[in-house]
Ligand binder design. Structure first.
Ligand SMILES: *Cc1c(COP(=O)(O)O)cnc(C)c1O
Length: 391
């Protein structure tokens, strides 16, 4: 349509449209398709959360508009969680704002800080919302390549000085989607320094901060000394509690950034259903949380090991990721990531995601989401092993 605004027309081509079409065709042919494309947890929200939701949903006082700043109990639950899990003190009045899922806040933060001609630093490969939020706000994304040889951490010294000076925000995401990489404390410290030097705000996306394996437990960006002066962290209940459809998350940290986001939001949405916020309180404060999440970690860890072993058997060079529920693997020589994904789909009925969909530095990789049960995953890997060899 001619009349759509530039911001809609400039949206990047939807790389997955082509694949979706092929999946559709396969399904129509009766192929037993196994979808390892989208990272949407396959197991249900825990009972203890659902029960609280059932109690809250019938209360008439929960049916009205929620308070703009979110219900007090939810903000306090987030503060308690940060204290207990990360040893980070947060003021529930000034340093926490509930979000309609963290994607919402991530998409809107650029509207709060980025003027036309400003730059935001975004990782590539990465969750597409960082760059798109930037474009919607009229800013320019400046890519920070995430390279294997650097552990998929951006090399801050490689950022052009001119871009760093114009930059308002730097997006980071560890544990990382799509690479499964984790950040060292030293890297976070370096990022705080960099933010100070160039007077920019770090937006840390911590969606996978509870999905970690072996004895590794992710660091919150806010654990770093001085982080609260320069950073806002986005958290989500989606992946930790299998609540992707509920739409609940939060932003925490620097009070100026939190307040700006809050002010923006009061003008575009009217907050989260109160019953959902109380369910969120339950999620974060019930003593069932730790055993539930521990179980979840074990489940994904078993799936991780299954996929990594299968890929290693066919000669794919990769290390098991320490966190996230993704396997980021190189494609065999002779294929682009899109070609390889099509090859797999056409020959096995298994859907995986081409790395190119996460940016140009995603080329040469594909992503497997560990969000189907072990027997289906086993089946998928058997099929892949039947048609793929790394030389
Ligand atoms: C899933 C995901 C999110 C957001 O999830 P919400 O459901 O919006 O809270 C944010 N960032 C990354 C990297 C994700 O993978």
């Amino acid at each position: 349509m001619e009349r759509t605004a530039d911001r809609i027309r400039q949206l990047p081509r939807y790389l997955f449209a082509e694949i979706d079409k092929k999946v559709q065709i396969a399904l129509e042919k009766g192929v037993d398709v196994i979808k390892l494309g989208i990272g949407d947890p396959d197991s249900p929200t825990p009972d203890y959360i659902i029960r609280r939701m059932q109690e809250e949903v019938v209360k008439p006082q929960n049916h009205s508009y929620p308070p703009d700043e979110g219900v007090k109990e939810f903000r306090e639950a987030v503060a308690d969680y940060y204290q207990g899990r990360h040893g980070v003190e947060l003021d529930p009045k000034k340093e926490i704002v509930p979000l309609l899922g963290s994607k919402e806040g991530i998409a809107h933060i650029a509207f709060c800080f980025t003027n036309p001609k400003d730059v935001n630093l975004v990782p590539d490969p990465g969750y597409p919302v960082y760059g798109i939020g930037t474009l919607f706000a009229g800013g320019t994304p400046q890519i920070m390549p995430l390279l294997k040889e650097k552990g998929f951490l951006p090399d801050l010294r490689q950022i052009p000085v001119e871009a760093a000076r114009r930059a308002k925000l730097m997006f980071l995401n560890y544990p990382n989607n799509p690479t499964g990489a984790v950040a060292t404390r030293e890297f976070f410290e370096e990022a705080v320094e960099f933010a100070r030097e160039y007077n920019l705000i770090i937006c840390h996306d911590a969606a996978y901060n509870e999905i970690a394996f072996d004895d590794y437990r992710p660091t919150s960006f806010l654990e770093i000394k001085g982080a609260k002066d320069v950073a806002i962290e986005f958290g989500s209940l989606s992946k930790t509690f299998n609540m992707t459809g509920w739409r609940i998350g939060y932003a925490v940290g620097n009070s100026t950034a939190v307040e700006a986001l809050y002010r923006f939001k009061t003008n575009v949405d009217s907050g989260l259903f109160k019953a959902i916020q109380y369910a969120g309180v339950e999620a974060l404060t019930n003593p069932m949380m730790e055993p539930f999440v521990e179980n979840l970690r074990n489940m994904y860890q078993g799936r991780r090991d299954l996929v990594v072993n299968a890929l290693q058997e066919i000669g794919c060079p990769l290390e098991p990721p320490k966190a996230s529920f993704y396997i980021w693997a190189p494609v065999p020589e002779g294929y682009t990531s899109e070609e390889f994904v099509s090859y797999i789909l056409e020959n096995t009925g298994v859907v995986v995601t081409p790395g190119r969909g996460f940016g140009k530095y995603g080329e040469g990789y594909f992503r497997i989401a560990l969000t189907v049960d072990e027997s289906r995953l086993q089946e998928a890997m058997e099929r892949i092993k039947g048609v793929v060899r790394y030389s």
